[in-house]
Design a protein around this ligand. Structure first.
Ligand code: 5CA
Ligand code: ZN
Length: 408
């Protein structure tokens, strides 16, 4: 699949610092240690509805990760998938009578537009599940050969018992795992499974559903193995960060790590597992199935400046769960207007310390609220005291764009 166009990242004087970020598996902040090329995998959308602000908040967090790595002098290889075949997509297509391929293509196209408008850096590899079937099949065959997978009425399950490290990503107890497994696409109660938590690697064709002819039979891939196949193909084991929203900690990222580690007989799948908090509306997680959504595309259609949407996202720490309200947007619009006025003045206070503070804030677990406060303080000083540095407004404009993707 093609991704979306990259917005230019302005070069800044000096160099940013190493990124410290929270790792779900260890429960601690850890300094990322990429080589010359940092490797990032972020779970992409299931394209059955438009991009809501929850998605945008998660992608904003991992966009910051890339910008910090770039500023610290690394190259970045970023991989993102599109779950263009899965239950929710098929269910929506059946409910509306639309062809599932057309639905996925339309919503993926809209997602690209939203990401472009929000100045999210595009992945180098933007890969669909359907196009990855040839990669998925040999992976499942290998798990079968290793005795880590088994067949049940034509379906193929992963055996969680085959992995002694199972549970290391989430650290959840058995009861929590079961609850989330049931809530998030798993089938804990199907008779005949070896363990209730075992997830599907391959589904034999269901009546009325699409299927592909492969060595595994006539069917379609399970969800977790999709991301593993794509990640291993493009960035390999031991990549720097597996990212996504916190709803993916279990089962998705737990199962992905498990599949990959059993398949390669090596560890770790990812050096760090990083999760963004959930954005809610009206007290409930913003989700397609609940229907309580604020869409990025709808805001854009209403004439809202994407830079204001981005500032509204940045105003929350990526790890917190938060609720979207109208005040988020109006506050961001006011801030954007203040900042634009500030950088259009001919001079201002020296901004070298501001650059250092924004770099330090973002490098410390992506503390974007602290970074915004620093820019606010510079703008307030400029308004109160003026300043003689004619290069400062330009530097502020460049640093806000380079490090936070906000075009002033
Ligand atoms: N296709 C799978 C991942 S392989 C998927 O979860 N798709 S999704 O469309 O449901 O979500 C896309 C991304 O947005 C995921 O990283 C998910 O964790 C994140 N996300 C979904 N809902 C929210 C929300 N309310 N707040 C924050 N992030 C969210
Ligand atoms: Zn995924």
């Amino acid at each position: 699949m093609h991704a979306w166009p990259a917005s230019e990242v302005p070069l800044l004087p000096g160099k940013g610092q190493p990124l410290r970020i929270h790792d779900t598996a260890s429960g601690e902040l850890q300094t990322t240690t990429p080589g010359p090329t940092a490797r990032l995998y972020v779970c992409g959308i299931t394209p059955y509805d438009a991009t809501h602000l929850g998605h945008a908040a998660t992608y904003n967090a991992f966009d910051l990760v890339q910008r910090i790595w770039l500023d610290a002098g690394h190259q970045v290889v970023y991989v993102q998938n599109v779950t263009d075949i899965d239950d929710p997509l098929l269910e929506r297509a059946i409910a509306t009578g639309e062809d599932w391929v057309a639905l996925a293509e339309r919503e993926t196209a809209l997602f690209r537009e939203d990401m472009t408008a929000l100045r999210m850096l595009p992945p180098a590899h933007y890969v669909g599940a359907v196009e990855s079937i040839p990669l998925i099949v040999p992976l499942v065959q290998d798990l079968l050969a290793k005795g880590a997978a088994y067949e049940l009425d034509g379906d193929i399950y992963f055996s969680t018992a085959s992995d002694k490290r199972f549970g290391e990503v989430s650290g959840y107890d058995a009861e929590t795992m079961l609850r989330y497994f049931g809530e998030r696409g798993g089938d804990p109660d199907r008779p005949g499974k070896k363990h209730r938590l075992d997830p599907l690697l391959w589904l034999a064709q269901r009546p009325g559903e699409p299927a592909w002819d492969t060595e595994l039979g006539h069917g379609r891939p399970g969800w977790h193995i999709e991301c593993v196949a794509i990640a291993l193909q493009h960035i390999g084991m031991g990549f720097d960060i597996q990212g996504g929203g916190s709803d993916l900690v279990f089962p998705h990222h737990e199962m992905g790590a498990s599949h990959a580690q059993v398949h390669t007989d090596s560890h770790p799948y990812a050096k760090q597992y990083v999760h963004a908090g959930m954005v809610a509306l009206d007290g409930e997680k913003m989700s397609k199935s609940r229907g309580n959504l604020v869409f990025v595309s709808a805001l854009r259609r209403d004439g809202v400046d994407p830079a204001a949407i981005r500032l509204a996202l940045l105003n929350h720490h990526y790890r917190s769960d938060w609720e979207w309200t109208d005040a988020d947007l109006s506050g961001a619009q006011e801030r954007l207007a203040r900042w634009r006025a500030a950088v259009s003045r001919p001079d201002g206070p020296d901004a070298t310390a501001l650059l250092a503070e924004v770099r330090a804030a973002l490098a410390e677990d992506l503390d974007s609220p602290r970074a915004l406060a620093a820019v606010d303080a510079w703008a307030a000083r400029q308004e109160a005291e003026g300043g003689a540095d004619t290069g400062a407004p330009g530097l502020v404009s460049r640093l806000v764009d380079a490090l936070m993707g906000v075009a002033l």
